[in-house]
Ligand binder design. Structure first.
Ligand code: SAH
Length: 378
């Protein structure tokens, strides 16, 4: 087993990095492209099956590299078509991935970290505290697992997942390079070939990283706003104390300018009963959002035990949506999917046992989470 330890897992290498890897032992760029297509478009897991590559090169690759998917610990297929996987990642951790089919589309919600350091007050992932960042192969591995769940890859393999949203566990901008590498594979024509419209990164608002992101990619940006003013946002999205709404809005505008993106930012707003769901919040939100090209995605709170929050009633949700929509801002309500398998937003906690274990772990990790917040200066 020891000889495996130092093998490079090719799954997570972006095309430029894969090419550099091949060149490091004197192989040409086009060989790297061939191997990328085998891995990402044809679903190969071994070098043996890469029949258009010389035996000698395959042997060499066998010695120094591997193509290793994350291990699936559990999978649940919901009655509404949603599929959820708990995959094992290094260090005996697990993360969750959810596939949400909708007509012609199938959107995969991908995790970027084990736990999360930002500790938004209503999010169950945050309550776990932060454990560690995922590697690029652990991120792209989630996509391979989802595609592979429909059977062996064929020429349409990568098309089985039409959209990817970095909206699973974790704050993607706190794990910058691995996330950017994984997204570049998602969009590379020699890998998954998704257009930038179909790859969305969601952030709670790590302002300097939004600027950095705009320098290297032009994926669709979603921002978790959840409150229309600093007083309220400070309480429910603690990173706001470091990067307040004005700074966040300016960073969003700079991102749009760099990407030349006419579709604008998608703002996410989780509706919490009697906290941020009143008409005055809607009016304040309209004023804020009018200044920028955007749409609004309302997420009715998905409850979980001891969250301390409730989902507003349907009438309140509709009233909030109508108010904002009438002001000219496209406003959608995210329908909850996969609730029967705990796959809805904020329910992703890398659960490996039952709920009791989960709450024990929650208590253990709370301390850790507070430490991380201190480190962030929050
Ligand atoms: N850290 C990133 C990625 C998470 S995306 C971010 O904050 O954007 C998941 C989205 O679901 C975020 O908008 C998050 O705030 C929201 N969310 C978390 N818990 C939720 C819950 N219990 N109910 C509804 N939405 C929730």
């Amino acid at each position: 087993m020891n000889d495996q330890v130092n093998k490079v897992n090719l799954l997570g290498l972006s095309l430029p990095k894969l090419i550099a890897f091949f060149e490091s032992f004197g192989e040409k760029k086009f060989r790297a492209v061939q191997v990328a297509k085998w891995i990402h478009q044809r679903g190969a897991s071994s070098f043996e099956e890469m029949t258009d590559i010389s035996k000698k090169l395959r042997q060499k690759l066998e010695e120094i590299a591997e193509v290793r998917d994350p291990e699936i610990l559990f999978q649940h297929f919901s009655k509404d078509g949603t599929r959820k996987w708990v995959v094992k990642v290094a260090g005996n951790n697990s993360v969750e991935t959810v596939l949400i089919p909708d007509g012609d589309r199938a959107t995969l919600c991908v995790s970027s970290q084990v736990g999360c350091s930002l500790d938004c007050s209503f999010c169950s992932t945050g309550k776990q505290g932060f454990n560690r960042n995922l590697s690029p192969e652990e991120i792209i591995g989630q996509l391979r697992v989802a595609i592979g769940s429909f059977g062996p890859f064929d020429s349409n393999g990568p098309r089985r997942v039409t959209n990817v949203v970095m909206m699973g566990m974790g704050e993607p901008l706190m794990n910058f390079e691995p996330v950017v590498d994984a997204m570049s594979l998602m969009m590379d024509d020699n890998a998954y070939g998704l257009s930038k419209r179909r790859v969305t990164l969601s952030t709670a608002g790590v302002v300097p990283m939004i600027d950095k992101l705009g320098d290297v990619t032009d994926v669709t940006l979603a921002v978790s706003l959840h409150a229309p003013n600093d007083a309220l946002r400070d309480k429910i999205v603690p990173i706001n104390r470091k990067y307040p709404i004005e700074d966040l809005m300016s960073a969003c505008q700079r991102y749009l300018d760099k990407c030349d993106d006419k579709r604008g930012i998608t703002f996410e707003y989780t509706l919490l009963k009697d906290v941020n769901d009143q008409p005055e919040h809607a009016h304040e939100l309209i004023k804020l959002l009018k200044r920028i090209d955007c749409k609004l995605n309302l997420i009715p709170f998905n409850p979980y035990p001891n969250s301390g929050y409730e989902r507003p009633g349907d009438e309140t949700i509709r009233a909030f949506q109508n108010l904002v929509h009438r002001s000219g801002i496209v406003t959608t309500v995210r329908t909850t999917r996969g609730e029967d398998i705990d796959a809805a937003c904020g329910q992703l906690v890398g659960q490996v046992t039952d709920r009791t274990r989960r709450s024990e772990r929650y208590i253990k990790l709370l301390d850790q989470s507070l430490t991380v917040r201190d480190n962030l200066g929050l």
